[in-house]
Ligand binder design. Sequence first.
Ligand SMILES: [Zn+2]
Ligand SMILES: [Zn+2]
Length: 345
Amino acid sequence: MSQAAVVQFALEPLAVELREIAVPEIGDTDVLLRVGAVSVCGSDVHQAYNTHSWPVNVPVVLGHEFAGTVARAGKAVTAFREGDRVVSETAAEVCGVCMLCRTGRYNLCPTRKGFGYGINGAMASYVKVPARCLHAIPDTLPFELACLAEPHSVAFNAMCVNSTIRPGDAVVVLGPGPIGLLCARMAALAGADPLVVVGLTSDAPRLETAMRLGATRVVDAQREPVEEIVRGFQSIGADLVCDASGASRPLDLALALARPDGQVTKVGWSPDLVPVNVNPLVQKNVRLQGSFSHNYPVWERVIHLLDRGLTQPETIVGLTSPLGEWREAFDAMHSGRVIKSVLIP
Ligand SMILES: [Zn+2]
Ligand SMILES: [Zn+2]
């Protein structure tokens, strides 16, 4: 049996095409998942334009943000069966025996390989998934929203696990991309106030979305004095600055905006290596925290938030199209016309 899939076939710009490939065989502990919806991640777009900062095993099927139905379950799978509606975590391969795997931090396993760059992903009709990656979703949660559980989990882990936010904390989010906007939403849910989201002039529509998601002020960093505005709310600086810009340079700004004894959480990354003044980190006793992916309890919580509509996921989806129109869906995100595209295989 064969199926259409969005395949990255080389490490060069635009080396992605719709190809006929075999429906995967599954092992005893896997399920074959019929993909109901797969959202396009900024990282899929980066891979398509060859501007990513992580190793990619080509050829590979793109897509790691997906939801669907169990079409077939391996012999040893007990927790899920045919017909179950599920979402899948992204750690397709982990060693299972290192200290991180054994303590539930398998997302940080040094041998981790994720769907869509290390292992074939979900921009296809079917994807092979180890049953340990799955979470059941309620019937009330449509696949088109459930597939967003992955970026939600990135944001929840960054803002609600790796950072501390108390009601009334002054929080700044740098970069209103999909992850930055979801980080802002998580901060709003956690009680951040003021909640300032900072972008560029070209981010105007995204900054409007940030206001709908709970920002109390948005700032165009190319036209307005960011630091002055933030210090207008709290003169000593922000309790927490989240850098979701996907670049290295804004870490300078994040460190400048954080208050003494404040926090900076960095969730976006890029291939550019730039010099950054880290002296404020020491001088202000700032806690600098990286945040990478997510694990089981984060997903369970996010599925609840999504199902209750608390994160307003529909606000960030600008385009839903059939898998065959993947190129338009990628381009719409690349050009900034939509924040997030969803593909239906
Ligand atoms: Zn993603
Ligand atoms: Zn491990």
